[in-house]
Design a protein around this ligand. Structure first.
Ligand SMILES: [Zn+2]
Length: 191
């Protein structure tokens, strides 16, 4: 969110101008983004077909995770980052939610119990809701509506903390690659 008259920078692709005099400006240095527009009564876009629900919607919960995971041997961390399961659970949030739920990110998705998935579903929602409240995370050039960088990072419990003491038990946090993504966990708190 920026003032409309702020000069356009490299990687700025689109402005959605608001009545407030601010605009939502799409700045996409990694070119992962797309902007598609459609009317409310049109068929869902092909690109969005097969996508799972939004994590903060009622259509997503731990029960869905439990049902879809039966028989799956993929690591639970990859599983919750799969768009067909639920959209928008990025690497940082997956790491944090699995820590809060006490689940080892390497565990096979099909081997996590229903009770643990119910807890995980709740933690995914709370981690995301909290991050939105705090202004987001990741890219260094991220700016909130107030022009200040997102600062959720300082509250992270495991992500980026390899070698630091677990805030719960003091065991050093470990990092490991899972599905080509950097993953962080406490070997004592997460089973
Ligand atoms: Zn721990």
């Amino acid at each position: 969110m920026q003032p409309v008259d702020k000069p356009i920078l490299k990687h700025d692709h689109l402005d959605i101008v608001l009545e407030s005099g601010y605009c939502l400006r799409l700045n996409d240095p990694r070119r992962f983004g797309a902007c598609l527009w459609q009317g409310a009564d049109e068929e869902p876009l092909k690109l969005l077909q097969g996508m799972g629900p939004e994590p903060l919607s009622d259509a997503f919960d731990g029960e869905r995770l439990f049902k879809l995971s039966r028989g799956r041997t993929v690591a639970v961390k990859n599983f919750i980052m799969t768009n067909a399961v639920v959209v928008g659970v990025g690497n940082i949030y997956a790491n944090e939610a699995l820590f809060l739920a006490g689940i080892d990110p390497r565990r096979a998705a099909g081997k996590v119990s229903r009770a643990r998935y119910l807890a995980l579903g709740d933690h995914i929602k709370s981690v995301l809701a909290h991050a939105i409240e705090q202004g987001g995370t990741t890219l260094r050039d991220f700016l909130g509506a107030d022009g200040k960088p997102g600062y959720f990072k300082v509250r992270l419990k495991v992500y980026g903390k390899a070698g630091e003491s677990c805030q719960v038990c003091g065991t050093p946090i470990r990092s490991v690659m899972i599905g080509q993504r950097n993953s962080f966990y406490c070997p004592s708190c997460q089973r």
